[in-house]
Each structure stands twice: as structure tokens, then as C-alpha cells.
Design a protein around this ligand. Structure first.
Ligand code: RAM
Length: 521
């Protein structure tokens, strides 16, 4: 028994070693401020803040004393390392310089005091720095990586005898997404979609670091639900196969006690898995591996990781009740979406069937007929259960949980699972728009699956219309990169209690480029 344990520990370690050998070199570029701006309160602007060019653009000549500030706009979203050159103006500096720097992906982070933050995620994600400089002139190199478009510099104190000027402020931006690999789009594509594609690629690129991060501002880690979508967008853009492979090996080599793939992993101080367990996220290991193999044809990796994928299926099946439906007996067991009232049972059944189908393909590819049969039986069992237990013929929708909730998420995932007779998936999606359920979608992650479902039934026009109504609106609201959360009806929406902590460059929001390049060109 002990020997078996030692053996699997060794295999896991070898997998992590493989992942670590694939840490990419980051590509660096230097960015400088493009303008001096002011953030002005404006009810008509996104989240109540408008960005205005300042009258005086000559920031290098500006002399700043105690209580003065300046807001620099870098013109685009950046992830990287910031340095500043500051010099004294006036008498010899007779006291240290005290500065406060505030970094914002969005105007709200610059305009609203971080003191006002009272959300439930740690305030330490809010990007600010207080610095004391003993000797001037100085070059200050900030040790942390920041994610921002705007920097506000507050001069908290100089002395009565001197002021300061900034000679240089720059950012060494980093990414593992190499832009030279992106294929140009055909001229026939509308300008609107071309712009959306560009912003989506920038979103993906800024999240591509030594892993596919979910958000370079927050949480700065690898989540498998996000990875799946990033990898799909990556195959059609940067096509960095090694980065996907690295992430797959990280998840495979560091699982939870019973063998389930963890929801997310950390890279530092050494690679380790978080203790968050999500039923749907663990299953997405199967989907990620399937997509990776289809793109890479890397049979060696498939053969090595297939047992981990198969194990996820076996673990997932244990949660089925006698009727073949996933049991719904905890609050935070499957992610699906951030909607606070969403019942997860039916959408999770959809995720399970969707991943079982990809698992079946994998079992065929590796030639394991007993596993193939096992998965076929589970597909049959869970699909039949979905139709007999969850489908409400009278209402024409799938229902979820003991209260028979009807949500967008349930319909979308069970369309993706493809359990209804031919033609009925399209009819169900039409019905969804005609009589929309009250339990809607709160994240671009859920919208992604709506769009994928629409393309899967051939509703191309509707899919494009929805992309424009969602990501297109984000663009109108000023997105340089696509956001973690967006509700056109409630622009300050945050599941965390404050929009200050939302991530404004988020993995799961990068998929318009995938849709455009897969279905529209
Ligand atoms: C949030 C992040 C992340 C997501 C998890 C479940 O922390 O937005 O991207 O995957 O939730």
C-alpha cells in the first residue's frame, strides 16, 4: 500500500517537474505615459467617472509640492514593472520625499478612495504604494508587478524648501503571448468585430504570463474554468501550446486528496494546489485535455494525462443519485456563474454530460474500450435522466433543484450537452429569448456559453447580435481589455461587494476572438 502511495507521489512530482520545465520566457516592451488626465465625476459615464485630458500636458516640467498630484494615462492596459525618475526642484532636499502611487485599470480605482472599500475580498488586491525616498534625485524601481492603465502620483510631503519633478515614468510590460503569431483578419470582417477581436486578444495577452492567469490584477492565478476558455482563444491566436501543456501538468500533478483536480493552483513560492474544490471545474480537466489534443495531436501528453482525466469522470459520477442526476446538497459545490440565487444542479448536469462526451472521444483516441463502454453507459444514464427528470414539458424549459428553478444557465448548459432531440435545442434557445427566465447571467463566462450554444445550433446571427450587445457595450463603456463582470443594466455590479476589486482584464472574457476566428471568418 505504502509503495503504491510512494509511486503515485513520484508520478505527480514528475508531472510538476514537466510543468516547471515549461515556464515560458516573457516578452518585454517599454511603455510610457501618453497623456496627463483628470478623472471627473459624470453620471452619464461608465461607473460615474469620465476621463478628461488635462490642460497642461507637459508632465515632465511640472513642479509638484506637498499635496499636489498628477494622473498619468498610459493609453492602454499594461501588466508589468514600473520605474520612476524623480528630481528635486529648489533648495537641497532637507527631508525625505513621501509619495503615494495608485494604479488603476479603470478610472474608478483612481477616483474613489481605497479607504471606502468594504467588499469581502482582501483590500490588499487594491494597487497602491507609499514610498519614502531619502536621497534625491532617485530612480525608483517598484518591486511588485502592477496591472493598470492609469497611475496617480500623490506627493504627500516634500519640505518647505524643495519640490519635485518626474523626469521619467515607465513600465516594462510583460507577457508570454507573442503578437507576431497573430494572423491578420480578412478585410471582409466588420470594423466592429475587428475591434472586438483586438481587445479580446489584448485581454488574453495580458493574462498570459508564466501560466494563463485569470486576472493579472486579481486573482493572478491559474483557474481551470478560465484556462479552458483561454486555451481555446489561444489556439486561434498566439497558439502557445507549451503554455497550455504546462498548465495541464500543473493541475494533473497536484490534485486534492481523493484525486480530484483542484479549482486553481498557485505558482509561488513553489507550485501548489489551492484547497478550493469545484465539481464543474474538476471536470473541465477532461475538456481542456480534449481540446489540447485536438489542437496539438500530442499523443505522449494525452497518454500521460488521460488517467487523470478518467479519474475526474469516475469521481464526478459518484455524485449521481439513483436516477442519474447530480446531487445538489451544498451551496458552493459547482461554479457555473456568480448569480447569487442560481441553483447549480441542472447546469452542472449539463457540464457533466458535455465533459463525458469529450471523455468518450479521449477514451477512443487512447484505445481503451472498457473505459469507452463505461463512459457510454454514463452518457446514456445522465442524458436520459436530464430529459426525464429535469425537462418540464409544460413550461418548455429545464428545471433545477427541489424548487424547480428555471435559469438561463440550465438551458444553456443542457443545450451544450445536446440531450434533446434534433432541432429542439434551437427551439429552446429561441424560447429563452422570447420568455427570458428571471435568473439571468452575471459573467462573461456565462455569456460565453450562451454564444457557444447559439453557434452550436447554427444561430449565427443571434450569436453575433449577443456578442455586440455584451462585449460591444463594454467597448462603448471604454474597455481596453474585457472585464470579469459586466451587466449593461447595472454597471457597478460586483459579486465581491465593490466594483473597485473587480478585475478589468479577465481570462474568461477573452473569447470574442475565439468566436470570430472560429465561426465568423
Ligand atoms: C473568481 C475569478 C476566477 C473564477 C473563480 C471561480 O475568483 O473570477 O476567474 O474562475 O472566481
Amino acid at each position: 500500500m505504502k509503495q503504491e502511495g510512494d509511486w503515485s507521489m513520484l508520478i505527480n512530482q514528475l508531472m510538476v517537474d514537466k510543468a516547471e520545465a515549461l515556464i515560458p520566457e516573457l516578452v518585454a516592451s517599454i511603455a510610457e505615459p501618453q497623456a496627463v488626465v483628470e478623472i471627473v465625476a459624470d453620471d452619464a459615464a461608465f461607473q460615474g467617472w469620465r476621463v478628461e485630458q488635462a490642460e497642461d500636458q507637459d508632465w515632465k516640467e511640472r513642479v509638484l509640492g506637498k499635496g499636489d498630484h498628477i494622473v498619468l494615462d498610459f493609453g492602454n492596459h499594461l501588466v508589468g514593472y514600473v520605474s520612476l525618475k524623480v528630481k528635486p526642484v529648489g533648495s537641497p532636499p532637507d527631508a525625505p520625499l513621501k509619495l503615494k502611487l495608485t494604479f488603476g485599470e479603470m478610472p474608478c480605482e483612481i477616483a474613489e478612495s481605497f479607504e471606502s472599500y468594504d467588499g469581502w475580498l482582501s483590500s490588499s488586491w487594491l494597487q497602491e504604494e507609499t514610498i519614502f525616498v531619502d536621497v534625491l534625485p532617485a530612480e525608483i524601481k517598484l518591486p511588485r508587478r502592477y496591472t493598470f492603465r492609469f497611475i496617480k502620483i500623490d506627493v504627500l510631503d516634500t519640505s518647505k524648501k524643495y519640490n519635485v519633478s518626474f523626469e521619467q515614468v515607465e513600465c516594462k510590460a510583460v507577457t508570454s503571448g507573442d503578437s507576431s503569431r497573430i494572423a491578420p483578419l480578412p478585410d471582409s470582417l466588420s470594423n466592429e468585430l475587428a475591434v472586438m477581436d483586438k481587445i479580446a486578444i489584448k485581454t488574453l495577452q495580458d493574462c498570459m504570463q508564466s501560466v494563463f492567469e485569470d486576472g493579472p490584477k486579481r486573482d493572478r492565478r491559474l483557474w481551470i474554468g478560465d484556462l479552458r476558455l483561454q486555451a481555446q482563444a489561444n489556439y486561434l491566436t498566439f497558439n502557445n501550446l507549451d503554455l497550455v501543456k504546462r498548465c495541464l501538468y500543473l493541475f494533473a500533478g497536484m490534485r486534492l486528496e481523493d484525486g480530484a483536480v483542484g479549482a486553481c493552483v498557485f505558482e509561488k513560492p513553489h507550485a501548489h494546489v489551492d484547497d478550493t474544490r469545484l465539481y464543474d471545474y474538476a471536470l473541465f480537466f477532461v475538456a481542456c485535455l480534449y481540446d489540447y489534443y485536438v489542437e496539438s495531436k500530442d499523443m505522449a501528453t494525452l497518454l500521460e494525462l488521460w488517467p487523470v482525466a478518467m479519474e475526474q469522470i469516475e469521481i464526478a459520477v459518484q455524485r449521481l443519485d439513483e436516477q442519474g442526476i447530480v446531487r445538489d446538497d451544498e451551496t458552493w459545490w459547482s461554479f457555473i456563474d456568480w448569480h447569487p440565487e442560481l441553483n447549480k444542479q441542472a447546469p452542472t448536469q449539463g457540464v457533466l454530460i458535455y465533459c463525458l462526451k469529450q471523455g468518450l472521444e479521449l477514451a477512443r483516441m487512447v484505445g481503451e474500450s472498457d473505459k469507452q463502454k463505461y463512459i457510454e453507459t454514463q452518457i446514456e444514464r445522465t442524458s436520459r435522466a436530464a430529459v426525464t427528470q429535469l425537462w418540464d414539458e409544460e413550461r418548455g424549459f429545464f428545471v433545477s433543484g427541489s424548487k424547480r428553478q428555471i435559469s438561463w444557465a440550465s438551458q444553456i448548459w443542457l443545450v451544450l450537452a445536446d440531450v434533446l432531440p434534433v432541432g429542439e435545442n434551437a427551439a429552446l434557445l429561441d424560447r429563452l429569448f422570447e420568455t427570458p427566465p428571471a435568473i439571468g447571467m452575471t459573467t462573461p463566462y456565462m455569456y460565453h456559453h450562451l454564444i457557444e450554444a447559439l453557434f452550436s445550433v447554427g444561430s449565427r446571427e443571434k450569436a453575433v447580435e449577443q456578442m455586440q450587445a455584451y462585449w460591444g457595450e463594454m467597448i462603448k463603456d471604454g474597455a481596453d481589455t474585457f472585464w470579469e463582470l459586466y451587466n449593461p443594466e447595472d454597471k457597478k455590479l460586483s459579486p465581491y461587494g465593490s466594483n473597485l476589486i473587480n478585475s478589468y482584464c479577465h481570462a474568461w472574457s477573452c473569447t470574442p476572438t475565439y468566436f470570430i476566428r472560429k465561426y465568423l471568418i
